[in-house]
Every structure is written in structure tokens, then in C-alpha cells.
Design a protein around this ligand. Sequence first.
Ligand SMILES: Nc1ncnc2c1ncn2[C@@H]1O[C@H](COP(=O)(O)OP(=O)(O)O)[C@@H](O)[C@H]1O
Ligand SMILES: [Mg+2]
Length: 251
Amino acid sequence: MELIVKNLSKRFGEKLILDRLSLSIESGEFISLVGSSGSGKSTILRLIAGLEHPSSGIISVDGTPVSGPGPDRGMVFQKYSLYPWLNAAANVAFGMRLQRMKPTEIRERTAYFLEVVGLSEAGNKLPRELSGGMQQRVAIARALATNPSILLLDEPFGALDLQIRESMQDFLHKLWQRTGLTVLLITHDVEEALVLAQRVHVLAPNPGRIVRSLEVDLNKSDLDQLRLSSNFLALRRSLSRTMRELEPSLC
Ligand SMILES: Nc1ncnc2c1ncn2[C@@H]1O[C@H](COP(=O)(O)OP(=O)(O)O)[C@@H](O)[C@H]1O
Ligand SMILES: [Mg+2]
């Protein structure tokens, strides 16, 4: 799997939203794009997902240009992404049904992916009966169940309280380590990007463009320790400063 984005620009009407964005992701990589609200993060993800078309530039998966949505790209959004009238298992099964997998395979894979996200017992619960963190785990299970070559995450933990957010980060980190998934995580949270990603791109607003890219060369065997380590804190300060400098002055 290789995702390539090259010189991607997007206009809505007269307004330039994204300006010649380039990045690439190889199989098994975890990449994060961090940017403030309105910088064009969701637009990038929607373009990669094939829900919008580029004004110019190229997006390709394994050499094939993206021309629309496809099961090779699994998406998870910030919230409201589960079908409220379907229980957790039926939500996980939804994409597989669309793909017309065999019912026995759907049943097996649903059970398997509910287990992967630690929700084996919650299959018959409706979304409203689950906590926000559990709902996002179901959304991740649903995205994984169709066997995508890349997982596209648009601020998946943005609506969760800080403590739950950190435990979801730990969860996603373990999942990535265990499965060798390829992940593009979009977030406004510098700490989240640094904790999870191997490489972080900073998106500047108006128009959205990448102004800084860095490798996160830190020991990630224990995320609690990582969050307190001096190397991590120095990187976080540096990235936060970059983000602040991109904002219009508040004074
Ligand atoms: N369908 C659309 N039509 C017009 N403008 C849009 C559309 N989608 C997004 N935008 C504009 O593009 C900019 C970036 O939006 P978005 O990608 O949602 O940013 P982010 O996810 O970083 O908050 C915003 O100014 C938003 O108003
Ligand atoms: Mg967004």
C-alpha cells in the first residue's frame, strides 16, 4: 500500500482552501496532520476518501488515482458516525453487507473486530447505550472490518474528555502496533499527533498548506512515560509554538 498526495489543491468557488499539498504514506506507517480549526483538515480527508474531487493535483493509492469512495480506504469521523438505529454489531457489519460478503463471514468478522476493539460484550447495544469512547471504538471496528489498506481518522477523539481521549490514544497505539495498520490521523491536538504518529505534518490555514514536517523519533513503548519525557515535552513545545505563530495575532 502506498498513498501519494501530490500538489493537491482545492477551491470552493473562488476560495482557495488547500494549496499544493504533498505527502505520502507507506504500508504500516502512522502519519498525522495537525492543524487548527478551519485549516482544511477535513477537506483533505474527504478528498483522499474520494468524497470530494481535487481542483488540481493527484491522489493515488498503489498507483491508481482515486476517483471516488472505495473499500480500500476506511474512514472514522469525529462524531455521530454510527447509525443510531443499528446495534453495535450491525454497525460493524454494515460495510461488509454493502460489499456482499457471505453472512457467515460477516458474523465471524463482526465478532472478531468487536473483540479487537474490546467490545465483545456490547454487540447488541445501541449507540446511545454506549459511551462516546465505546462508540468511536465501534466506528473503528466498522472501518477495519472491510479490510481497508489505510485507515483515515478525522479527529476521532476530538469530542471526548481528556482522560478518555488519552486511553483511546493508548488503544489506537496498541492496535496499530498489533496489526501493522496504515493510518492517517487528522487532529488539532499537537500532543495527540506526537504521541501516535511516526511523522507529523503541520497544516497552516488560509489557504491550507504544509509548513513543517517532522519525524517523531521517540521511544513509544510506554505512552504514559512518553507524555512526561523531556524529549517529548520539548517537541510538543516546539510544535505548539509553530501552531501559535500561524494564528492571527490575538492582541
Ligand atoms: N463544501 C464546502 N463548500 C464551501 N466551503 C467549504 C466546504 N467544505 C469546507 N469548506 C471551507 O473550507 C475550509 C476548511 O474546512 P475544513 O476542511 O472543514 O477544516 P477543518 O477540518 O480543518 O476544520 C473552511 O473555511 C470551510 O468553511
Ligand atoms: Mg474538520
